[in-house]
Design a binder for this molecule. Structure first.
Ligand code: KG4
Ligand code: ZN
Length: 338
């Protein structure tokens, strides 16, 4: 008999529901919240309210698009954390209610494990997933870490940021250039027409496999401040070069550490995950490094890089097979340990 998992993701500002049948994706609906745009960042209270308004219609559409009925669902998997507590509460409460109503098991998923396991979602007969053990460079808005993945439930962080995340570096530098929120995708788009070597910014490389991005952010800010002092239109006139150079710096930092980790652990199965894995420069640089060093490189489909419920459903699927279920007394955690 096949296993059908409904996944729910509500950790930040996107409400998402997905259906997975065994490892196959049947539907993956994402409702983006527009309310935050005018504030230049996610407003937690507005996010929770929007999740409440969106969750039932999104789940309804995911079930319809999958061409199944609610009674076909074997279990419901939801994001327990990390994320915004109010947002997580909406997904968790919905999942509990649904599990009770349908009399099916409840499965908790760590959002970051979801990002990593998104590689196991099957969309075509050609879909390939990494073989264990593999190294995953997980880069999102809140996290930047190198993870040694031994099994779906056995993952070890071998390097992480000591301050800002890579996505934060993109978003904050984009914000000071007036590019809106989230800035990562806009920087990526503008960078296409820019020169990645036009400007040089600080490239902090802490010891070992850890990352640091706050020095880059500061050097970017100071650089702009100095240039604007003598040339008020500097940003407007150099937007593309600024974006290309910033993106190049972030990519270089990430790849340097990834290469170091592969050598240290002697692993050649390499995966990218998280929202910043959508970045074209990082994707290309990882593919090039893969060719140079003989890796099997796994670059996620774009729709599985940023937050989505399909990744929660596939992580839930693996737990379902092992019979690992959550109790109804479980609460969401903003800072859920990895
Ligand atoms: O994984 P994600 O959707 O949410 C978190 O769990 O944080 O990641 C969001 C982050 C944001 O910082 C966003 O700017 C960044 O991913 N991002 C990108 C791109 N698309 C999304 N950064 C650079 N280039 C992109 N194309
Ligand atoms: Zn995420």
């Amino acid at each position: 008999m096949s296993t059908i998992i409904l996944g729910i993701e509500s950790s930040c500002d996107d409400t998402s529901a997905a259906i997975i049948k065994d490892e196959w994706l049947l539907s993956n609906l994402i409702s983006n919240q527009k309310v935050h745009e005018e504030y230049g960042g996610v407003v937690p209270e507005l996010a929770s309210r929007a999740h409440q308004a969106n969750i039932i219609p999104v789940v309804d559409r995911a079930i319809k698009q999958a061409n199944i009925s609610a009674n076909d669902i074997s279990a419901i998997a939801f994001t327990r954390g990390p994320g915004l507590l109010g947002s997580l509460l909406v997904g968790t409460s919905f999942a509990k209610g649904f599990a009770l109503a349908q009399n099916i098991p409840l499965i908790e998923v760590n959002h970051l494990h979801g990002h990593i396991l998104s590689h196991f979602i099957k969309t075509t007969s050609e879909s390939k997933h990494p073989q264990y053990p593999f190294l995953c460079l997980l880069v999102s808005g809140g996290h930047t870490q190198l993870v040694l993945v031994e099994r779906y439930n056995s993952m070890k962080i071998v390097g992480k940021t000591i301050d800002d995340a890579a996505g934060e570096a993109f978003d904050k530098c984009a914000k000071v250039m007036g590019l809106g929120y989230p800035g990562g995708p806009v920087v990526d788009k503008l960078a296409v027409k820019g020169n990645p070597h036009a400007f040089e910014f600080a490239k902090p490389l802490p010891k070992g496999l850890d990352f640091s991005f706050s020095g880059l952010k500061t050097s970017f800010l100071y650089f702009l401040r100095d240039r604007i002092a003598s040339s008020p239109n500097f940003i407007e006139e150099n937007k593309e070069d600024l974006c290309a150079s910033l993106q190049h710096t972030i990519t270089t930092i990430l790849i340097e550490k990834l290469v170091k980790a592969t050598k240290q652990y002697g692993i050649k199965e390499i995966a990218l995950a998280g929202g910043v894995a959508a970045n074209s420069s990082l994707r290309n640089a990882t593919i090039s490094a893969g060719k140079k060093y003989g890796w099997n490189t796994y670059i996620p489909e774009l729709k599985f890089t940023t937050d989505n419920a399909a990744m929660i459903a596939i992580a839930g699927y693996f737990k379902f097979l092992d019979g690992v279920f959550a109790g109804h007394d479980l609460t969401p955690q903003a800072r859920l340990p990895f």
